[in-house]
Design a protein around this ligand. Structure first.
Ligand code: NDP
Length: 320
């Protein structure tokens, strides 16, 4: 255990678009932010290839390149970007305590949580292989659907996300095959109706993925199994989309912050405020609906502005 406690005005946890945008705004407001990158520096975008829907990049940019640019921009204004993983917090007092790698203790006036969420995958070796190769496996139809226009794709999942993404893909792709593992959807009736009424979406109930097929570089199909009859067959496809839910990275905050049943942090509507004064949230840690780089960046800006206003109000009450 380190015996020197560092004092920080603004601590940012996480290094995706939300964290770096918060850092750009906080450093330009003289809040001297310290940003801890976490175990996946750059966040979820480092697992995608081309980002073509972030404004300002007319020719697109790869996810990893974009995160390097955001880091440089944050550092240009003085953000102290550090390696390290926040392992524990204590938000029970006005000074918020945060521990890095179970060793270093930091006392913070404000904390901005930008820890993101992690997409769930099936965990099949073939799925992980083509995911890592960037060869046709994705957990985000809005991010990657465009690359499969006029092609046939398969999507796994039966919740609202899967329905929304299948419907989105149906407008781009010639055919969308939806694999539902039970004999019914989990999604709301209205979302189910949307996919059921779309001509180029085929729904296969009681059907599970056996293997993602490919040529060693890209996906060429999906081997599936009917879990009642035991029948196994191959479906040709160039894209394999997984929409079986996300896990927000918020476990360490649950003793202090209001979370919903999935673990997303509940913010005060229209703000980045949490139920604890001086603790703010941005990005996918509080967003199960949009989950886009640009929305994460937008809420990162909100979190920094809310933190700055919180500090200003606190300082003026001390002066008064
Ligand atoms: P959900 O947890 O609601 O659904 C996950 C789905 O994935 C379930 O149908 C589940 O099947 C299926 N699944 C899980 N594991 C596997 C597996 N190994 N193989 C095959 N299928 C699997 O997650 P969502 O992301 O869909 O939604 C999260 C929350 O966000 C929900 O509250 C939802 O309502 C909300 N949301 C709302 C939207 C809207 O209103 N526009 C849009 C998107 C999300 P099973 O049913 O058999 O368990």
């Amino acid at each position: 255990m380190s015996d020197t406690i560092e004092k920080v005005k603004c601590l940012i946890i996480g290094s995706g678009p939300a964290g770096y945008t918060a850092a750009i705004y906080a450093s330009r407001a003289n809040m001297f932010p310290v940003l801890y990158q976490g175990t996946q520096p750059g966040g979820q975008l480092t697992t995608t290839n081309d980002v073509e829907n972030y404004p300002g990049y007319p020719d697109g940019i790869t996810g990893p390149e974009m995160m390097i640019e955001l880091q440089k921009q944050a550092e240009r204004f003085g953000t102290d970007v550090r390696d390290g993983w926040v392992t524990k917090v204590d938000f029970s007092n006005e000074v918020h305590k945060v521990w890095i790698n179970d060793e270093k203790e930091i006392h913070c006036d404000t904390v901005i949580i930008s820890t993101g969420a992690t997409a769930k995958y099936l965990g099949l070796p073939s799925e992980q292989k083509y995911l890592k190769l960037g060869g046709g496996v994705s957990a985000c139809a809005v991010c990657d659907g465009f690359f499969y226009r006029n092609q046939e794709v398969v999507i796994v999942g039966a919740g609202d996300s899967a329905c929304e993404e299948a419907h989105y893909l149906s407008k781009l792709c010639t055919k969308v095959t939806m694999l539902v593992r039970r004999d019914e959807f989990r999604a709301s009736k209205i979302m189910q109706a949307r996919v059921k009424n779309t001509e180029n979406i085929e729904i296969l109930y009681n059907t599970e993925t056996e293997e993602v097929l490919g040529d060693g570089q890209v996906v060429t199909g999906v081997r599936v199994k009917h879990n009642v009859t035991g029948d196994v067959w191959d479906i040709p496809a160039t894209g394999f989309f997984v929409a079986i839910g996300h896990k927000p990275n918020t476990d360490i905050f649950k003793a202090y912050l209001n979370l919903d049943e999935t673990g997303y942090i509940i913010n005060v509507p229209g703000t980045a405020k949490t139920n604890v004064e001086g603790v703010f949230v941005s990005g996918d840690a509080a967003d199960h609906v949009y989950r886009q780089a640009v929305t994460a960046a937008g809420t990162g800006c909100m979190a920094a502005l809310d933190a700055e206003r919180y500090l200003a109000a606190k300082e003026s009450s001390v002066e008064a």
